[in-house]
Design a protein around this ligand. Sequence first.
Ligand SMILES: Cc1ncc(COP(=O)(O)O)c(C=O)c1O
Length: 420
Amino acid sequence: MACPMSTLSPQDFAELDPPTRLLMGPGPINAHPRVLRAMSAGLLGQFDPEFTQYMNETMALYRYVFRTANRWTFLIDGSARAGIEAALVSLIEPGQRVLILDFGRFGLLLREIAERCGAEISSVAAPWGEVIDPELVRAAIGRVRPALVACVHGDTSTTMAQPLDEIGRICAEHDILLYVDATATLGGMDVPVDGWGADVVTAGLQKCLGGPSGSAPITISDKAAARIGARRHVEAGIAAPGDLADVSASGGPRIGSNYFDLAMLMDYWSERRLNHHTEATSMLYGARECARLVLEEGLEARIARHARFGRAMAAGLSAMGLSLFGDQAHRMANVVGIEIPPGVDGERVRRRLRTEFEIEIGTAFGPLAGRIWRIGTMGYNCRGHAVLLTLAALEAVLRAEGFASPPSAAIEAARAAMAG
Ligand SMILES: Cc1ncc(COP(=O)(O)O)c(C=O)c1O
């Protein structure tokens, strides 16, 4: 009998040759060429001393990026969501009370992951386009007495950035762990992990860090590490005498995921190098290069660059006569939401930007689907020419779609904002 596979022909599968798009959505963005070059470096085994040295360097570099002294600062292999899962499955014991701060799609994602971890959930929510008043968090903590508060820093679905200084202080006063998803802000807005007093913070590479998705930097305070360590156990096949191979011997309930077990991952990234998964070598090279780029530029200069070009993009869009979405006092520096003008087909505009100009901008989710576009100025694409090209292309497409704005007003406004 003929194997169905035999009908396949190599001619049907051309070598990869993707179009050269300018990715100006809320992420992913174009990776910095140096990151892509680093990722093509030769592979090493994960116990090779040269490779473990790269692991240690990566830990040191991300302490700088996260502005933390946390010993446990490393990478989770997987997209940003893997970092979130690792944090929540390792922090939450089934039946524990968790307070979710929800002001967009990614707050709801935290809720859904925490539910899967068996948490008893309470939430404080703000309408999409607004952020949460810390006093409501204080009141909810008093009412619920949660073991953990979980919050997004910059929620790309709404483009809002939640201020976390006060919330960090409130959690510290009540001795409650604070988890923060900084996927969309790390390397572009200030993420002062120790300043906030956050216990676990996770991110991804594909936004302000200027890399591809597939690696999730994480940092863990000593307090959170101790909490997680109380649930530590060692896989039977690699346990040495004295290890807690017996689940019950570790005291706390076993973490419900092997791949995302932060106690095991801390063992793996420790000097013991206790075996876990096969490290994603090329992703580590990429993540290390992303952080090297941050160090070279300087964190402050990088944050200022994101503020400057984000402001320029917003100024240009406003000058075009478009309305920006949400509470502008709390908008992320690096992503802006634009209300789709009445009578304009938002998807047609996105398609024309892509096919005529090779530029991608973002669509929206849930209640904002069809109502807003989202444009990012992040990482490698947080540059003057990327802002000006996107504005010029959008102006041309909108004009062709019947929404006329004063010619070149967007470019002039963006140039002025860049200079200011
Ligand atoms: C704030 C936030 N959190 C989490 C994620 C999920 O990241 P990933 O798609 O890399 O898993 C995203 C992705 O857009 C995000 O913007």
